[in-house]
Ligand binder design. Structure first.
Ligand code: 5RP
Length: 259
């Protein structure tokens, strides 16, 4: 890795812990105005001080985030589908690397769809993105998307994460599952987890704790933060798990004043 790439990477995975709390607010790129994220600017602003990085599209970045914000940007550069289609795997690269640099992105990200009808295109797009991003010193985060029919088990997620790493992704985002340590153990680059659908706050903290305990280098969490009735308290509680090695019970205790 060259200096610029390492510098950008270390702005996301914090050198003190090797982990990150990334806030995911890119859902609109195929879901439109996702519940809780109808007005991204309002949602993002109070959470920014507690996010190590912000994952989003260029449209939301340009229109809803203060350019004076100091947060590293993980720019989604894939898209081309919507929830109106049954098959969400038909994505392409949607942003050039020159544009990513103009937007001062710290990292670029795209989804791969292992086992889906467009598996090959998404994987070759990842290879192309790694090549192009490398030329600008930009790290690449691969997101292992799962189709409706795909099981989120250790066997499948290990396969998808390993393929992403083999194709050159610098880190991978996936889902937590039983046997998650096997997913991490079989992947030569750091693995972070998505939060998934909104669940009870207590359960979301447990998910984050189990993931970190089993080797995740942090979280890229969206709905379980911005759809929570206590978004700021939730992201702060997640930080205690990721960066201070607190348990889910200890993190839950920090929510007491809000509950
Ligand atoms: C969609 C994404 C989202 O950013 C991701 O799913 C994280 O958000 P959440 O915690 O709400 O699942 O990459 O492909």
């Amino acid at each position: 890795m060259d200096w610029g790439l390492r510098n950008r990477f270390s702005s996301i995975l914090q050198p003190a812990t090797g982990r990150c709390v990334m806030l995911a607010v890119d859902h609109g790129y195929f879901q439109g105005p996702t519940t809780g994220l109808e007005q991204p600017g309002r949602v993002i602003k109070p959470l920014l001080p507690y996010a190590d990085a912000l994952m989003l599209t260029r449209g939301v970045l340009r229109n809803c985030v203060d350019p004076a914000a100091r947060v590293p940007i993980v720019l989604r550069v894939s898209g081309g589908t919507s929830v109106l289609k049954d098959d969400l795997s038909d994505e392409e690269l949607t942003v050039s690397m020159e544009e990513a640099i103009r937007l001062n992105a710290a990292c670029v990200t795209m989804s791969i769809f292992v086992g889906s009808p467009h598996e090959k295109a998404s994987l070759t797009n990842l290879g192309r993105l790694v090549d192009e991003a490398q030329g600008y010193g930009l790290p690449v985060l691969a997101v292992t998307a799962v189709g409706k029919e795909m099981v989120r088990d250790a066997r499948y997620l290990s396969l998808a994460c390993r393929i992403a790493a083999e194709l050159g992704a610098h880190f991978v985002k996936t889902y937590y599952c039983e046997g998650f340590e096997k997913v991490v153990g079989g992947c030569p680059v750091p693995v972070i987890i998505a939060g998934g659908k909104k669940i009870e706050e207590r359960e979301a903290l447990k998910l984050a704790y189990h993931a970190v305990r089993d080797g995740a280098a942090g979280v890229d969490m969206g709905r379980n933060i911005f759809q929570s009735q206590w978004p700021v308290e939730m992201i702060r509680a997640v930080r205690t798990i990721v960066h201070d090695n607190k348990t889910d019970t200890q993190a839950w205790d920090t929510l007491k004043p809000a509950r």
